[in-house]
Ligand binder design. Structure first.
Ligand code: NI
Length: 234
């Protein structure tokens, strides 16, 4: 499933029509659990990839990283009426990686993006809808990086192999800034519809290793994460 801004807007509008009559306030000492679906949509940009043949074979536009949707949960502790600290967890995301300048699948990777942010609630302590914005730190680690057989076939052609050239892919972990925005629209005293997003600065260095040579290039993944679900306050 792919969520986009339109889906979020429709959900928000629906929730706002149903919402205003109910009394829900976030106050110091409250815990808020949010859960639902999260779409990680990379805004990827990549270094050129240069394969050391003579002359070098260069893929000017590097790779692109495709989107994926998974289940998320966040936990928030309100340490003041207007301020909460929020931790993000999710099921693992799996992204396809494609080569921009050639019609081949390059591979795929899994990742987990644990993130801690501090959010400001301008309407904290007041009843009704609860918008928030925040910022914090993300740590992303990648595993189970796979090289597609299409890329191995293309590499075999490039180096003049009699068949595919087996390759391994590894991606470095990333620390980066996370920005957060969202709104909870109350359904009753404890439950709310939750729509939110992150922008996360995820920059990694990729290494493709083969028997012939290792090739390194940097990839900025920098995804927008769109999230839709429910919030529960206690
Ligand atoms: Ni970046």
């Amino acid at each position: 499933m792919k969520m986009n801004k339109t889906a979020l807007n429709v959900a928000l509008a629906t929730a706002m029509l149903a919402g205003p009559a109910v009394a829900m306030a976030y106050e110091q000492g409250d815990w808020i659990i949010r859960g639902g679906l999260a779409n990680v949509n990379p805004d990827a940009s990549s270094d050129a990839i240069s394969i050391p043949t003579s002359p070098p074979t260069v893929f000017e536009n590097g790779v692109d990283v495709k989107d994926d949707t998974q289940i998320f949960v966040t936990g928030t502790y309100m340490f003041a009426d207007n301020w909460g600290v929020e931790v993000l967890a999710s099921t693992p995301f799996e992204h396809d990686i494609v080569l921009n300048d050639a019609p081949v699948d390059a591979g795929s990777t899994k990742h987990l993006p644990p993130t801690v942010v501090v959010n400001w609630y301008p309407r904290g302590g007041q009843e009704g809808w609860q918008p928030y914005i925040g910022a914090g730190l993300n740590y992303t680690f990648f595993w189970d990086e796979q090289v597609d057989s299409q890329l191995e076939g293309a590499l075999g052609d490039i180096v003049g192999n009699d068949g595919p050239l087996p390759a391994d892919l590894s991606l470095d972990d990333s620390w980066g800034l996370a920005l957060r925005a969202g709104v909870d629209i109350p359904i009753n005293d404890n439950w709310a519809v939750s729509a939110s997003m992150y922008w996360i600065d995820i920059d990694t260095s990729a290494t493709v290793s083969t028997a012939v040579a290792d090739v390194d290039f940097d990839v900025e993944i920098d995804p927008f994460v769109y999230m839709l679900g429910v919030a529960y306050k206690f």
